[in-house]
Design a protein around this ligand. Structure first.
Ligand SMILES: NC(=O)c1ccc[n+]([C@@H]2O[C@H](COP(=O)([O-])OP(=O)(O)OC[C@H]3O[C@@H](n4cnc5c(N)ncnc54)[C@H](OP(=O)(O)O)[C@@H]3O)[C@@H](O)[C@H]2O)c1
Length: 297
């Protein structure tokens, strides 16, 4: 649509001039330009991520890298960790701002080293993301006590330990924690009794610590994913055929008619860790395509 403007009265002949719809005007006269806000307070923040070598932890590392965060990547598999570090560097994080810490969180010394090396390298810790975890299959009748101990050791005890070690540093920075739980922490599913228990305990650990530290400026939250395509199920013993059938079945067990992708969990983790979530603590965020609110009918 053509716009018009009236020229000044002193013009030789008063006339209506057409003016182009997108005529350039001095910017300063029209709008005040704000600096572009692309970060959510995560730029140069130090993020320690366990389970960063695979699946949700690896995807989360890449999302933080896009925000300009500095990363301490923890995992057991050194090669996978190096591959994730490379992707984070390609996303713009300087090499010396990506620390790789290889260790087994079932070993207390490795858990201590993960926190100590992070703080020694960066001088601070702002965010702890606990994504390392294993899935032990078996109902009560099948489960051995060894399997139970291993499940609880990695998914709950090691998380409590690393939270405890990280807390003094997070209190200094008014940082936060995001635990990667599961929809199995909120709802019980048959055939994975120890896993269910480990995640229910993790959820209550999250709430409990959130209350302990809320008034001191530290937030603690969890995400509770439904089925997400990663290696965890195959590591738990599913062969390719069973996994394919499991994902197909997932179309009926998730209200949205599909299972989830890593980035669909990684992005909410980054949100919870960011200043955008500054008034959120003690929460379990189900990221499950509606699975947790479904009822049989
Ligand atoms: N995928 C899902 O459907 C789903 C759903 C709900 C919740 N979750 C939760 O999401 C988290 C991440 O799982 P994922 O699906 O991303 O699985 P994944 O691809 O198998 O990744 C698991 C990660 O945990 C690390 N890890 C396992 N045991 C460890 C140990 N003893 N010490 C140190 N690191 C250890 C692995 O390290 P290495 O590879 O280096 O050995 C790997 O980085 C887990 O807590 C899981 O319970 C997953």
């Amino acid at each position: 649509m053509e716009t018009t403007k009236r020229t000044t009265e002193s013009s030789p002949s008063e006339r209506i001039e057409p003016s182009p719809p997108f005529a350039r005007r001095p910017v300063a006269e029209t709008v005040k330009i704000q600096p572009v806000q692309i970060m959510s307070g995560l730029e140069k923040k130090v993020i320690l991520i366990t389970g960063a070598s695979s699946g949700i932890g690896a995807g989360t590392a890449e999302e933080f890298a896009k925000k300009g965060s500095w990363l301490s990547l923890c995992g057991r598999n050194a090669q996978s960790l190096a591959d994730v570090a490379k992707k984070c560097h390609e996303a713009g994080v300087p090499q010396d701002k990506i620390l790789q810490v290889v260790g087994d969180l079932s070993q207390e010394a490795d858990t201590i080293a993960a926190v100590e090396k992070t703080v020694a390298h960066f001088g601070r810790l702002d965010v702890l993301v606990n994504s390392a975890g294993i899935l032990t299959t078996g109902g009560l009748e099948d489960l051995s006590l060894e399997d139970y101990d291993q499940q609880m050791n990695i998914n709950t005890r090691a998380v409590l330990h690393i939270m405890k070690l990280s807390l003094p540093h997070l209190l200094k920075t008014k940082g936060n924690i995001v635990n990667v739980s599961s929809i199995t922490g909120i709802r019980a599913f048959p055939g994975v009794v120890a896993y269910n228990m480990s995640k229910a305990a993790l959820d209550h650990l999250t709430r409990s610590v959130a209350l302990e530290v809320a008034s001191r400026g530290v937030r603690v939250n969890a995400v509770n994913p439904g089925v997400i395509v990663t290696d965890i199920h195959r590591r738990a013993g599913m062969d390719d055929e069973k996994y394919k059938a499991f994902l197909e079945h997932g179309k009926t067990t998730h209200a949205m008619g599909r299972v989830g992708e890593v980035k669909e969990v990684a992005k909410p983790i980054v949100f919870l860790a960011s200043d955008d979530a500054s008034f959120i603590t003690g929460q379990m965020l189900a990221i499950d395509g509606g699975r947790g609110v479904m009822c049989p009918r």
